[in-house]
Write a protein that binds this ligand. Structure first.
Ligand code: F0G
Length: 482
């Protein structure tokens, strides 16, 4: 992709695949969209697909699969125990990560459940570059405390730092000095750091973290769910890695870690997950919980067809032209928005474009959930479904107080190879219109607030009648356009 130059000098991401299967889309009229977002309690998780034009909620389980993946699914070996499909996956894991022991799980959070149950004890700490929602929930459930040591740059909305996902290694050492290594369950690095805008860490930073772990006898657990994007950024942004192949970089990463787990709904464009470990000891500790919570060791709650798709998908992840499609589309959207003055996280990361909702609707206080309000407004004006990644995605503390997010973001995920560039231009166009009419967007308040993971099921309503005002302005500007 990146090696193709346009005569015009334009920087256009060029698809290195062709689309042979399509799924029809509808953009329902704005009056229906108004009804739909109200029925969903302004929570984009609760919208129905039939009301959605461009689903940018997540890349999880919705990346386009290749012809090779679909073909592999047809030759899957279905059996409760001893499936050949599993053996093929196990071999591929060893080939790519050099780790001998592999446990299958039904998705990423199942790996987190098992790892947390085995290693997190009440009163222990888990330092990490940054948390992911399900990761933190599992660690806390097992009595652990999450300590986040993202570098200062990581929490800046705009920066030219190419590796905003790096861990602050001095802070990590500080925790070890303060509480002692015995109180630390393990150190976790999340690649392609999700909640701060899909920002990568460098190989050099991981090497430093690993050095500290080794020196102090700590396990390094690596969440590889967003590895594909991070590999692209290491290859293109880290000078020392410019001449290394994706396979070589992957192997250098895995050689620094003790346990690697991933959601295969992201990594490998399938549905499932896994835990790779270097030692038989770690494998044995986790093995029983896999059979208890997931299924037998040769399927782990996954369909064997998905296992075959994962094996091929992991292999395809080692192809630069495959893994650069997501980041380049995201960069296109981010750059177009940035040029138009829309506040976005820069530099562009992986996973999706991230709008700085706090600045977009700066007239809304955090108590009125700016990122949630912006998500509802964007659905209303474009049928585009994004995901709130702000305070609604946080949990109240033990005393019932709000814990406000460091960043109020609207995430527009870019499922790999799913959308076309003209669809991305539509997204940019609608966001720019919304930005110019941002003062019409009002706040939200909860009408139903679940205790756990409230962002999934919570229902909210507008603090004022702002939805109708936005619809009226849309009709005035767009006439009878959908
Ligand atoms: N770790 C990271 C970094 C993730 O992004 C996710 C999922 C998980 C773990 C959990 O994996 O969904 O297979 O159970 N992220 C999805 C998202 C949900 O939309 O960002 P899972």
């Amino acid at each position: 992709m990146s090696k193709v130059k346009f005569y015009s000098g334009e920087n256009v991401p060029l698809e290195m695949h062709k689309v042979r299967i399509i799924q029809k889309l509808d953009l329902v009229p704005i009056d229906r969209r108004l009804q739909a977002i109200k029925e969903a309690g302004n929570n984009t998780f609760l919208l129905k697909n039939r009301d959605i034009f461009l689903d940018m909620l997540t890349d999880s389980g919705v990346n386009a699969m290749s012809d090779q993946q679909l073909a592999a699914m047809m030759v899957a070996d279905d059996s409760y125990a001893g499936s050949e499909s599993f053996t093929r996956l196990e071999n591929k894991i060893e080939e790519i990560f050099g780790m001998k022991y592999f446990l299958p799980v039904h998705q990423g959070r199942a790996a987190e459940n098992i790892i947390s149950k085995v290693y997190v004890t009440p009163g222990s700490y888990v330092p990490m570059n940054y948390h992911f929602t399900t990761t933190k929930a599992h660690i806390v459930l097992n009595g652990g405390t999450v300590e986040e040591y993202i570098t200062e740059e990581g929490l800046k909305f705009n920066s030219d730092n190419p590796f905003k996902g790096n861990m602050d290694t001095a802070a990590l050492q500080g925790l070890i000095d303060r509480v002692g290594a015995s109180k630390i369950a393990y150190v976790r690095v999340e690649t392609g750091t999700n909640l701060i805008g899909g920002q990568p860490h460098s190989l050099a930073n991981l090497r430093e973290v690993s050095g500290i772990c080794k020196k102090n006898g700590l396990k390094l657990v690596f969440d590889a769910s967003l590895l594909a994007d991070n590999l692209h950024f290491i290859k293109t942004r880290e000078d020392a890695c410019k001449n290394k192949s994706i396979r070589e970089i992957t192997r250098e990463i895995s050689d620094l870690c003790d346990i690697i787990y991933f959601s295969a709904r992201k990594l490998g464009c399938a549905r499932g997950g896994g835990i790779c470990s270097r030692t038989q000891d770690d494998y044995m500790k986790m093995r029983e919980l896999v059979t208890l919570y997931e299924g037998f060791l040769t399927y782990g709650g996954m369909s064997v067809r998905e296992i075959e798709a994962m094996t091929v998908g992991l292999d395809e992840t080692m192809d630069e032209n495959m893994i650069n499609q997501g980041p380049q589309f995201i960069e296109f959207v981010v750059n177009e928005l940035h040029k138009a003055g829309v506040p976005v996280i820069t530099p562009a990361g992986g996973l999706g474009a991230h709008i700085n909702a706090g600045a977009f609707v700066s007239h809304l206080p955090q108590t009125e959930y700016p990122a949630g309000a912006l998500a509802a407004a964007l659905y209303l004006v474009g049928g585009i479904r994004g995901m709130e990644r702000g305070s609604i995605s946080e949990q109240r503390d033990a005393d019932g107080n709000e814990t406000y997010a460091n960043m109020e973001l609207l995430r527009l995920a870019a499922p790999r190879r799913v959308f076309t560039l003209s669809q991305m231009k539509f997204v940019v166009d609608r966001i720019i219109w919304l930005y110019q009419n941002r003062e019409l967007i009002g706040g939200l308040k909860f009408v139903e607030e679940p205790k756990m993971l409230r962002f999934f099921f919570g229902k909210l309503e507008g603090t004022t009648g702002w939805h109708e005002k936005l619809v009226a302005k849309f009709k005035a500007d767009f006439g009878d356009s959908l």
